[in-house]
Design a protein around this ligand. Structure first.
Ligand code: URP
Ligand code: ZN
Ligand code: ZN
Ligand code: ZN
Length: 476
């Protein structure tokens, strides 16, 4: 049945205006003033924003890590995402050395296809670039529509690839029209610092942060940017946490390089002090790269506002405190890295960003949805509200105030990293391709309704660098 969203304040990355929106066959059929459709179900959105559904470009659902598996899988994770206003996730398909790429991708299809309640796609991790992998990659990019390749510069002895592999991946991405994503930390030096800390008897969670200093994130970010320059390729730096890395990205963009960056809600609102909480509670806040000194938050907000960072990913990677984070009691290096963030990403950016005057409403939409759609080959099917686009829509009440808590969240994990945080605004109803997934704050979707998205190849013209004068200030 057709649906007609009436009297909402429609917001895209470019415009804000009051109007009606007609949805037919899963797509936006018409946008205008006073649309009259007799045969449509009317949804009153008075007083609410109508946003394009959030796109989360960075999730780890049902992912093995450090001898355990994330608490949220594609079902609980995408339900929580939908409650939070996200209608598309792009998850990282892991590979192991020697494994055929198609086998790795099939494993991720098996994890997701009967479970996801919203649309989803995959990035592909590159752990080695042997002749075999080089031979397989073009086919995977073409057949699966996986047009982004992830290289870990950290996690020595598990996920880390060497610089030669990163270089070859950038070269291949240039040829094939893919975007290379990096986890930018110097894994070799970190391994040494971790060994030294443990040998000195420093085993508490805070040493996770102290052994991964911001200089090692800045160094790896700069190194990846130089290799991008050398290969004339394109690079997306995931989970940027600190000034050292944000400045490297700004510098690269100033040179005209196709270098893009993402930060995450946790780095915008939490800081390193959390890791020092007593009774091992600091383990709840163990991410890699780690939370930083608080002043970095201003640098990250500035970088989002001035465009040197373009997106916000949740880096959803949830582990229960009991039984999972606890694996690292007595040895911080055994704490599974990551946290539950998929549900609150959208509202934290709205509340802390728009509500507190750090970013505009249109910039919010750009960061939460549009930029990711453009960078990852989904625009304009996703990432905007336009005739012909998928009807992935969030009806958002900006007046509600609420408190984030594990007692009320929908992630399948026993704590909330933002416990007790007061925020303003809430997704009331969420539609995926025209069907309600969340209706009046209740889940009405179904497992398996989410569709796998084959993505287009990277197109620099979709995410142009700003004119020189706009970026001359860099980040402050
Ligand atoms: O701590 C984190 N970020 N865990 C997830 C894996 C990764 O590095 O993205
Ligand atoms: Zn497939
Ligand atoms: Zn990472
Ligand atoms: Zn991640």
């Amino acid at each position: 049945m057709k649906k007609l969203i009436k009297n909402g304040i429609i917001v895209t990355a470019a415009d804000t205006y009051t109007g009606d929106m007609l949805i037919e066959s899963g797509v936006i059929a018409q946008i205008g003033l006073q649309i009259d459709a007799q045969d449509a179900e009317v949804i009153d959105a008075s007083g609410c924003y109508v946003f394009p559904g959030g796109i989360d470009p960075h999730t780890h659902l049902d992912m093995p890590f450090g001898g355990t598996v994330t608490a949220d899988d594609f079902e609980s994770g995408t339900i929580a995402a939908a409650y939070g206003g996200t209608t598309t996730v792009i998850d990282f398909c892991l590979t192991t050395k020697g494994q055929p790429l198609q086998q790795a991708v099939d494993t991720w299809h098996a994890k997701s296809q009967d479970k996801a309640v919203i649309d989803y796609s995959f990035h592909l991790m590159v752990s080695e670039l042997s002749d075999r992998v080089l031979g397989e990659l073009p086919q995977i990019i073409e057949d699966e529509g996986i047009t982004s390749l992830k290289v870990f510069m950290a996690y020595k002895n598990t996920f880390q690839a060497d610089d030669g592999t990163l270089y070859k991946t950038l070269q291949t991405a240039k040829q094939e029209g893919a975007l290379v994503m990096v986890h930018a930390e110097n894994g070799d030096v970190i391994e040494y610092l971790v060994e030294q800390a443990l040998a000195a008897g420093n085993t508490d969670p805070i040493y996770h942060a102290l052994t991964r200093p911001p200089e090692l994130e800045g160094e790896a970010t700069g190194r990846a940017a130089y290799l991008t320059e050398l290969t004339d390729s394109q690079l997306y730096v995931v989970h940027v946490t600190c000034a050292e890395a944000a400045w490297k990205i700004a510098e690269a963009r100033k040179k005209g390089l196709r270098v893009y960056g993402e930060t995450c809600p946790q780095y915008l609102v939490l800081d390193v002090e959390a890791l020092a909480k007593p009774d091992f509670e600091g383990a709840k806040y163990v991410w890699s790269p780690p939370l930083r000194e608080q002043w970095n938050q201003d640098v990250l907000w500035d970088a989002l506002w001035n465009g040197s960072l373009q997106t916000i990913g949740s880096d959803q990677c949830s582990f229960d405190f009991k039984g999972q984070k606890e694996l690292g009691r007595g040895d911080f290096s055994k704490i599974p890295n990551g946290g539950p963030t998929i549900e609150d990403r959208f509202s934290i950016l709205y509340s802390e960003g728009v509500q507190k005057g750090r970013i505009s409403l249109n910039k919010f939409v750009d960061i939460i949805s549009t930029s990711s759609a453009k960078l990852f080959g989904l625009f304009p099917q996703k990432g905007t509200l336009a005739v012909g686009s998928d009807a992935d829509i969030v009806i958002f009440d900006p007046a509600v105030t609420r408190t984030l808590s594990a007692a009320t969240h929908h992630m399948k994990v026993d704590y909330n990293a933002f416990e007790g945080m007061e925020i303003t605004g809430e997704p009331v109803s969420v539609l995926s391709r025209g069907e309600f997934v969340i209706r009046d704050r209740a889940f009405v979707g179904s497992a398996g309704a989410g569709q796998y998205l084959h993505r287009k190849r990277f197109a620099a013209e979709a995410s142009p660098l700003p004119a020189r004068k706009e970026i001359s200030g860099g980040v402050s």
